[in-house]
Design a binder for this molecule. Sequence first.
Ligand SMILES: Cc1cc2nc3c(=O)[nH]c(=O)nc-3n(C[C@H](O)[C@H](O)[C@H](O)COP(=O)(O)OP(=O)(O)OC[C@H]3O[C@@H](n4cnc5c(N)ncnc54)[C@H](O)[C@@H]3O)c2cc1C
Length: 392
Amino acid sequence: MAEAGAKNAGRFSPLVALSEDEQLFRDNVRQFAEEKIRPVAREMDEKGAFDHSLIDQFFQLGLMGIEVPEQYGGGGGTFFDAILAVEELSRVDASAGVVVDVQNTLVNNALLRWAAEEQKRRYLPKMTSEWVGAYALSEAGSGSDAFALATRTELKGKEFILNGQKLWITNGKEATLFIVFASLDPALGYKGITAFLVEKGFPGFSIGKKEDKLGIRGSSTCELILEDCQVPVENVLGEKGKGYKIAMETLNEGRIGIGAQMLGVARGAWEAALKYSQERKQFGQPIANFQAIRFQLAQMGTEIEAARLMVYNAARRKDAGMNFVKEAAMAKLFTSQVAQRVTSLAVEIFGGYGFTKDYPVEKYFRDAKIGAIYEGTSNMQLATIAKLVLDK
Ligand SMILES: Cc1cc2nc3c(=O)[nH]c(=O)nc-3n(C[C@H](O)[C@H](O)[C@H](O)COP(=O)(O)OP(=O)(O)OC[C@H]3O[C@@H](n4cnc5c(N)ncnc54)[C@H](O)[C@@H]3O)c2cc1C
C-alpha cells in the first residue's frame, strides 16, 4: 500500500503494493461487503440460500464482469482486481466470495480466452449485466480424475446432444449459462472432451438436487441433469476435443481465486479474534494480555501475510503474462491450510462462545474447509507442484 511520506516508494514497490485505483476498488468492495453482506450472511448460512438482491447489487457494482472489456459491458479491469474483490467479499462471507469468483475467474475468464467473437458478443453483455455463470466439470464418478467424465455428446444435424449428470456445480441454482464438459468418444480419452455453452432453457437441461453442506452454505451446489440436451453447434466453446485444455487452463487461474477466498476467510476470522481478545476479560484483564493469546494472534497474522504475498504474486504473474501454474497451486494449497489453522484458533480464542452460532467464528471455521477440496484437492495441488519441481 502506498503510504504517505514513504521514501523511494516508486522505485522499491512492496510486493503487496496497490495502485490508487486498486485501493479505491478494494475499499468500495469492502464497504459494500460490510454494509450489505454482513447483515445477511448469517441468515444465508442458516437457510442455505443466497440472497438474490445481493446478486443484483453485484451486477450494479460491476463485480460480475471485472475483467471483461468495456465493449462488452464489463469493467475492463485486471485479474488482480477480481482477486481483490473475492478476498474482500470472503472476508465477510465466503459464499458471496465464491459467487463472484466463479463468475469472474472461471466462466468469464473461459469466455474471454476461448470464445469466438460472435459468442463473446452474444454472451458477455449478459454476463456483465444479468446472467450468473457456472462451470460444470465434476461428476459423481470423476472428481480428481476429472477427465474420466461420463457425460457423452454426439452430433446430430445442427445440434450436439448431451447426456449425463454433473455434480457439485457452484451457482447451479442461480446460473443461466453453464460451461459443460462432455466427451465425444470415450475411446479418445481426454482428447474427446469438448466444452459447451449451455443455457438453462435449452431442451433436456435441468437442475437436480441441491447439496446441504458443512460450509459456504449460502452458495448453491447442485446436480445438473442432461437428458438428450440439445446444444446448437455454434455453442461449442473453443475447438472440438480441446475441452481438457480449457478445463485445465481455466482451473489454473481459478485456483488463485480460491486462494483469495481463503485469504479473505482467514482475515475475517483473525480480525474478529483480535477484537474479541481485547474485549473479553478473564482473571481481571483482557485475554489479549496473556502471552499465549498474543502469540496465537501474532502467528495467525504472520501466516495471513505469507498467504497474501503468495496469492497477490500469483495474480500479478498472471496479469504480467508470466507462467503462474506452480505459484497458483502453491497459493491455493497454502492459503487453504492457513485458513483452516487461523479459523480453528479463532474459535479457541472465543472460548465456548466461539463454538456457538451467536458469534461469527464457527462459520469461518466451516467455510474454510472447502478450500482444501474444490478446484483440485490439496493432494492434487501437491501432485501439480511436485511434477513442476521434479519432472522438468
Ligand atoms: C462445495 C463444492 C463446490 C464445488 N463446485 C464445483 C463446480 O462449480 N464445478 C465443478 O466442476 N466441480 C465442483 N466441485 C467438485 C470438486 O472440484 C471436487 O469435489 C474435487 O475435485 C474432488 O473430487 P471428489 O469429490 O470426487 O473427490 P475424489 O477425487 O474422490 O478424492 C477423494 C480423496 O482422494 C484423494 N485423491 C484422489 N486422487 C488422488 C491421487 N491421484 N493422489 C492422491 N490423492 C488422491 C483426494 O485428494 C481426496 O482426498 C465442488 C465441490 C464442492 C464440495
